[in-house]
Design a protein around this ligand. Structure first.
Ligand SMILES: C[S@@+](CC[C@H](N)C(=O)[O-])C[C@H]1O[C@@H](n2cnc3c(N)ncnc32)[C@H](O)[C@@H]1O
Length: 342
């Protein structure tokens, strides 16, 4: 395999780099080389459509030095002090890193934050989650650890863009696999209701993957709704996603038998809205139900759904049950696909 690169004029290099990064064609193992007014951008393969002003060439771009590990960067900055337990998890949301651990003194957290910024060059802000997600809006408390402190960012996931402010709205990159899984099930012509849409990641991905679907996205929080509307436009899915602002039980107070698929991503409270979801569902519709279970008893989610559906007199069958993610050391978010009104 020859070492392929795009030969780009200097003035266009940044734009082309962003584009290649976005579509996953940039070869990050090799360096970008500048030479005689041109920039040689290493690519893993030639793009199908060549951006204007680019030429595919065979070019020797030297290999990038291997990335140091977080542990080695930290032992440099900590010197003789013990590094201790490393942050066992952090999330990258656009240009922001959120560390899910807060038991270090602020000075050590700053060093951890700076080491993370050294590893991930696009990261501008590192925050530590200082208060768990709370309230109806599911927003956490965050404290600045390193960097600029800008809390609004645009996150890229599965080819979609989500603008959001982590201090004002809920967003979890750990749900990306679940969103893909659900979106791949949606068939042409389906009517989908995303009952707790947030900034729109389920709705927008579904609309992108299945342009012949219709999605109604309901969101109660004013902040999240504002981003939802902006993200629908940003991803050019205004044609098939309709944002609705308000409480889902009020918005759909009288609607019945509308949806082929209902998404209920409000894990602590979803069971309270099963009466709305099952009323909105058509015959044999699928409800994607999420709930929180203790780690040692993941079956609690299915029991909770069953209790409520039985109480409503709804016929159903559980098609699949899975652990979506860990939400705390002792708690799991569990997802169920339930076919209703058999
Ligand atoms: C856990 S977040 C999920 C957001 C989104 N589905 C995602 O995956 O990022 C739940 C969202 O539901 C919204 N919400 C809570 N109660 C609601 C209600 N009764 N009606 C509509 N939206 C509600 C919250 O404001 C929050 O944005």
């Amino acid at each position: 395999m020859p070492n392929l690169a795009l030969r780009v004029e200097k003035t266009r290099a940044e734009q082309i780099l962003t584009l290649l990064r976005g579509v996953g064609l940039l070869d990050t193992a090799r360096r970008v080389v500048r030479s005689q007014g041109h920039v040689y951008v290493p690519v893993v393969q030639a793009p199908e459509q060549l951006p204007p002003g680019c030429e595919v060439v065979v070019h020797e771009n030297p290999a990038n030095p291997p990335r140091p590990s977080l542990a080695s960067l930290l032992s440099e900055s900590f010197g003789p002090q013990p590094v201790g337990r490393l942050p066992h998890s952090f999330d990258i949301i656009g240009s922001i890193v959120v560390i899910n651990q807060s038991d270090r003194p602020p000075e050590q957290l700053r060093m951890v934050g700076e080491a993370i910024m050294g590893l991930h060059r696009n990261v501008r802000t590192v925050m530590v989650k200082s208060q768990p997600l709370s309230g109806e809006e599911r927003v956490g408390g965050y404290t600045l650890v390193a960097g600029e402190g800008i809390t609004e960012t645009t996150h890229k996931e599965s080819g979609c863009l989500y603008k959001l402010d982590i201090t004002k709205v809920f967003f979890s990159p750990r749900l990306s696999a679940e969103r893909l899984r659900v979106s791949r099930q949606v068939g042409a012509g389906e009517f989908v209701i995303d009952m707790f849409a947030g900034v729109g990641p389920f709705s927008i991905l579904i609309a992108k993957k299945q342009p012949r679907s219709t999605v109604y996205s309901v969101e109660k929080s004013g902040e999240a709704y504002r981003y939802l509307v902006e993200n629908i436009r940003l991803n050019r899915v205004d044609g098939n996603v309709t944002p609705l602002h308000g409480d889902v039980s009020t918005i759909f107070a009288h609607a019945e038998g509308l949806a082929d698929r209902v998404i209920m991503n409000l894990p602590y409270e979803a069971h309270r809205f099963l009466y709305v979801a099952s009323r909105l569902a058509r015959q044999r519709a699928i409800i994607h139900f999420y709930s929180i279970s203790p780690r040692e008893e993941p079956s609690c989610a299915a029991d909770l759904a069953a209790r409520h559906l039985d109480g409503l007199g709804v016929t159903y069958e559980v098609l699949s049950t899975r652990v979506v993610k860990e939400t705390a050391p002792s708690k799991l978010m569990v997802g169920l696909d339930i076919r209703v009104k058999l």
